[in-house]
Design a protein around this ligand. Structure first.
Ligand code: KG4
Ligand code: ZN
Length: 336
């Protein structure tokens, strides 16, 4: 029997301190996430300095807990995979420093992982990849369409030109006085409202797979201000539903068009916004009558976690990619 490969994944790029043990890239033995959402809520968004401090407090506890829950000792771990970037530099450094110290002390291989590769590979914890595939990555920091012909090779065919989808959700939520993070709040509120305001859809040029959400954001601000100036009531549920309809229409149409053009077998959705109920439903309806299979990670693996880093780290491990002790945080690391 082949030896099992156990990778310890570490993730600290934003506001979750996470560690996980993943076996052979697909089997989660433990998945521990310490979220800081409560600390950032009162500021309406992630405060980098506070995030770094929390990571320092949590990182060793979370790693020990991940090993304990996996019922493994350090002898069973083959490599440590850690998010190298992109993300907040002060947050990334905490995970990377812990990973480097442990790799040195315990004589383990070290692997730097791209955060978005992690989000993509969250899907492989549930379903084997079938190439070629298309991944729609929609998170607080990214909105991208990535085409993959094989493991570990990424071709970005579209990206946001301004705000990320999750960022737009969080900003609109703030305007509606909803707590951070706004995505789940708007998602919930939207399901009770109507697309009354028919906000603009940013299709951009005919042949472009890029996205833009800043115009939509301005349209919502104008709508709210105009209503307030005229003394009219703003129907928050309808604003949420109209905003969500605009975002989902564009994400669904562009993903569908790209999937057809590139002739993919699979479409996988990744990142925090992949948790969105409206987006899931709209994509499901669109791909229902096609031969393309559509996959979403379970909700717990949509937002930041370390199992996804362990899963992506396993591919790098198999390819023989290793990082040295000079591994450093790279807030704008490229995937390609
Ligand atoms: O992937 P993630 O945890 O962190 C980044 O790498 O950015 O994504 C967080 C983002 C936040 O902007 C949050 O509002 C959004 O994902 N989000 C949602 C939903 N759940 C989380 N957006 C829309 N609908 C949701 N249900
Ligand atoms: Zn993320």
């Amino acid at each position: 029997m082949n030896k099992q490969i156990n990778i310890l994944g570490i993730e600290s790029s934003c506001d979750e301190t996470a560690a996980s043990v993943v076996q052979n890239g697909t089997n989660i033995l433990s998945n521990v996430v310490a979220t800081q959402i409560e600390s950032h809520k009162r500021f309406g968004g992630v405060v980098p300095e506070i995030a770094s401090r929390h990571h320092v407090e949590q990182i060793t506890i979370v790693i020990e807990e991940a090993l304990k829950q996996a019922k493994l000792t350090w002898d069973d771990i083959d490599a440590i995979a850690v998010t190298e970037g992109p993300g907040l530099v002060g947050s990334l450094i905490v995970g990377i420093s812990a990973a480097k110290a442990l790799a040195f002390a315990k004589h383990k291989q070290l692997i730097g992982v791209h955060h978005i590769a992690g989000h993509i590979y969250a899907n492989r914890l549930q379903e084997e990849f079938e190439f070629p595939l298309l991944s729609l990555i929609v998170s607080g920091g990214h909105t991208e369409l990535v085409y993959m012909k094989e493991h570990g090779k990424y071709e970005r065919i579209g990206q946001t030109r301004d705000d990320a989808a999750g960022e737009a959700y969080d900003k609109i939520a703030r305007m509606l006085d909803l707590p951070y993070p706004g995505g789940p709040q708007i998602d919930q509120l939207a399901s009770t409202g109507e697309d009354e305001y028919r906000l603009p859809r940013a299709w951009l040029e005919e042949d472009s797979y890029d996205f833009s959400f800043s115009g939509l954001k301005s349209a919502v601000i104008n709508l709210i201000h105009n209503k307030q100036q005229r003394g009219e009531e703003v129907n928050a549920a309808n604003v949420a539903a109209s905003f969500q309809a605009s975002v989902i229409d564009v994400l669904t149409e562009k993903t569908y068009k790209a999937a057809e053009e590139y002739g993919v077998k699979q479409v996988i959705v990744a990142g925090g916004v992949a948790a969105n109920k409206g987006l899931r439903q709209s994509l499901q309806e669109k791909f229902n009558d096609t031969n393309i299979s559509l996959h979403f990670p379970p909700l717990s693996l949509c937002t930041d976690n370390a199992a996804m880093i362990g899963a992506a780290g396993f591919i790098a491990y198999q390819e023989g990619r290793r990082s040295g002790m000079d591994l450093n945080a790279n807030p704008s690391l490229e995937l390609y």
